[in-house]
Write a protein that binds this ligand. Sequence first.
Ligand code: FAD
Ligand code: DLZ
Ligand code: SF4
Length: 506
Amino acid sequence: MNRLVLVLGDQLSPALSSLMAGDKARDRVLMVEVSEEATYVRHHKKKIAFLFSAMRHFAEELRGAGWTVDYVKLDDPGNTGSFTGEVARTVAMHRPASILVTEAGEWRVAQMFAGWEAALGLPVEVLPDTRFVCPLPVFRAWAEGRKALRMEYFYREMRRRTGLLMEGDKPAGGEWNYDAENRKAAAPDLFMPRPPIFAPDAITQEVMALVAARFGNHFGDLEPFRFAVTRADAEAAFGAFVQRALPRFGDYQDAMLEGEPFLYHAVIAQYLNCGLLDPLEVCRAVEAEWRAGRVPLNAAEGFIRQIIGWREYVRGIYWLTMPGYERRNFLGHTRPLPEFYWTAQTDMACVRAAVIQTRQHAYAHHIQRLMVTGTFALLAGIDPHALHEWYLSVYADAYEWVELPNTVGMSQFADGGMLASKPYAASGAYINRMSNHCGTCRYDVKQRTGPNACPFNPLYWDFIARHRSKIGGNPRMAQMVRTYDKFADAEKARIAESAAAVLARL
Ligand code: FAD
Ligand code: DLZ
Ligand code: SF4
């Protein structure tokens, strides 16, 4: 049998189900760089360069392992610019008996696969993506009949399923979750581990020139380019994190510091999500560090929860709710995305720092995404779909299956509380507690209203007032609604006026 094994840009794993099912002696692999994927949202230049270079290196790895690989570069003559066009072209050229492919990460691409049998006149075998811990049917079964799909309960199932941090049927240390210990703010003199830097090799340099020529008008800096683009280098980056940052990962998970884009984060989501790192392997490595006494339990548990908990859970939510989830808008927000999400031209020091580092590194850590750019958009009533397209395009790790639930569900409460137990609304006090941004800001975080008040403050109370009918019944929001109700009428009027002034300036 001569089959075509299609390998997508986020499927760069030797243990991929389609490669495991293929026969390298008879089948041929197809990998394609296509403009449609780079432009369905206008991805950050660094993200495109990272992925094209990682794809080219992976094609070499497969050839080295004995596969015949057809690799279509973006500027190859005849490149039709789409997955469907390139698959059709290869089918016409090589007449395979069938197509073998691992299921797509995005609903949009899964829809393409679904049309190929009829359009191309040959069988298309779509295999499950076994790189995830929780098969989609298992998630569906877990979700069925539940009123609330809380991550915490799903996570416990995944701990049991994998045996990670388990002592028999009990969680290691007696607790499932040590998040309460992970709330430290970072001091500016704290030792900063920083991720290792990988200088671009000839392949990456060629790709960078291509991206500069073809996508020069996309958001983001192409240089300096520091990402790993091979499995070996991604493993080295993860190894450096484990040695230098993991022990304090938990402590500083929620911290933010001016000029420190990475803090104690792993900066590996871009590697996990395209297949250069395996999620279960990294979790096992972290567990081994804890068992060897080299990292505390709160760090190991916090890290493992992000991967077998949050990462698996948002994927399950994505496939449970698509299509349709991308248009959820429970709070009815319609304001366009402010221009400063692209330009960083804002006096809000916290937002400016997040956008500048996003532009430089195609990276911001979780609390910046959730509590700075995310919370600001929530309070300002930004259209969640526009915000979703922003997050999907600007981060090197962004794919819709993981980005959309984080944005629409966790950050914007646009699914009405399916994913998050309450809106992540907060005043400037939260950012002040967890960062040193407010010290350098032109706004005063202590003022609730007036021209110098931190914009998060009036917007926060205005958000509570505007949405009280939708959120007031939520026990975790009721206290804030009661506090607002106790404000004097004059203060309520000042809040409304200050919030309107902030919104008018957007
Ligand atoms: P660390 O903080 O070191 O965490 C380790 C790993 O845990 C990450 O690499 C990631 O694989 C996983 N993880 C942590 N939190 C989450 C989460 N909430 N959901 C899924 N996985 C998680 N993550 C993406 O991978 N792609 C996205 O497109 C993406 N978009 C986001 C959008 C918004 C609005 C928010 C609030 C979060 C988003 N996240 C996304 C989750 C999280 O912010 C990133 O995974 C994390 O910042 C990546 O950096 P890191 O590798 O240093 O992570
Ligand atoms: C993100 C991306 C980009 C920019 N370019 C390509 C590409 O040219 N070829 C490819 O195979 N994959 C690319 N990707 C990743 C795909 O968008 C991703 O595989 C799909 O979203 C399916 O999950
Ligand atoms: Fe951000 Fe407000 Fe602090 Fe300025 S004062 S950095 S806007 S939280």
